[in-house]
Design a protein around this ligand. Sequence first.
Ligand SMILES: Cc1cc2nc3c(=O)[nH]c(=O)nc-3n(C[C@H](O)[C@H](O)[C@H](O)COP(=O)(O)OP(=O)(O)OC[C@H]3O[C@@H](n4cnc5c(N)ncnc54)[C@H](O)[C@@H]3O)c2cc1C
Length: 412
Amino acid sequence: MDFEKGGLWRNWVGNQSCISRYKGAPESEAQLAEMMAEADARDLNLRVAGSGHSFTPVVGTNGLLLSLANLRGIIDVDESRHRVTVAAGTRIGDLGRALKARGLSLTNQGDIDTQAIAGAFTTGTHGTGLRLGNLASQIVGLRLVQADGTILAIDESDPELLHAAQVSVGTLGVISALTLQTMPAYNLHERLWRDDFETCMARHDELAATHRHFGFFWCPTPESRHLYCLADTAAVSSTDKTADVCEMKVMDITEAPPKESPFERVAYSSDVYPIEYVPNFVELEYAVPLEHGKDAVRAVRDLMLTKHTNCIFPIEYRFTAGDPAWMSPFHHQDSITLSVSGGPGIDYWDFLRDTDTILRRYKSRPHWGKMHFLDTEDVTQIYPRAEDFRALRRRLDPQGRFLNDHLRMLLG
Ligand SMILES: Cc1cc2nc3c(=O)[nH]c(=O)nc-3n(C[C@H](O)[C@H](O)[C@H](O)COP(=O)(O)OP(=O)(O)OC[C@H]3O[C@@H](n4cnc5c(N)ncnc54)[C@H](O)[C@@H]3O)c2cc1C
């Protein structure tokens, strides 16, 4: 088999790139397996690029870079159990539209829906909701193509293996298909408003407890909200402030008919979750144990108001329930997630490092796809199953075909 010549690959925002020797876009699982066996025989490392929406070096390879863009769509539906098996290259938005047509919905989603499902789910991508797990916790089965082209089918009959694979950042093999636990289709009623920071903190527990989804963006300056293209909800907060305010959002399942206004809407679930972003920021995000959420956001806000006053992208603050996946940032830990971003034209590294220093105090765990400063020892300390995961990875991929320098340091 001849591989196509590779070349330059860049991620969505342009802060990561690689030059691969070869590239490939298989049309079927069988062809994927054949390509992988050939790469193995030629001693080539390989990685898969999803939609390139990770900010960290989790995709790059100098060997074979695969795209699964041709493996798309729903493969099977188990109507009685509301389960769907979906090809790994399917975009989340396309899956949402296919589920809507079948009277189903994903249990939760994140802020965008352009990611390819396998990469997004297995980096621990999450939405918001105190009682809702990350997206990987919807995975009940997956097909993992091993370096020699053999297929490892994983399901709930081996919960340990399933929990290892749910968040595995492409280091256990190439996922060709995922089986997801979905639920009957639902509409969401979304409401947006603006509140002062202290009002937001005072209502934090209540809003998280009484809504299926609650999250907010804290905006240090009036222009902050435009940097993330946030909806133009209201000119001022209840106390007329335009700076140091929070853009608040709640979403609940409702039977109410569709409704659209600048401040609220009702629509099918997958039409409500995503918002618009433009590629103008580099984001760091950590999962902070729930009990430290308010202290953590106060400390990072203080950092931005006093030391890094040129860093004006909003803080995004959300909730995610704990889950059993070994390498999930939410591993048995109900958490809030706190993200900050560096923007173009400024040197944001000190800001990201200072934020990391603050969030480490709370034993926070970074998002695998967003900027962080973890090394081998950090991973071992904050993930109780890290050594189990590494041992499994070495057993499944003894040659380290699926590693690059970044992943070798973290999970090798
Ligand atoms: C604008 C923006 C908004 C975002 N919003 C959120 C959010 O709301 N919540 C959140 O948690 N995260 C969010 N993220 C982060 C994003 O969801 C993750 O980084 C996600 O992994 C990106 O998916 P992708 O398809 O682009 O994967 P990539 O970045 O292309 O790949 C991610 C990893 O998965 C691996 N991979 C891809 N496909 C396969 C496969 N078939 N088999 C094995 N490994 C594979 C890749 O090699 C890589 O290691 C956001 C990112 C951006 C840029």
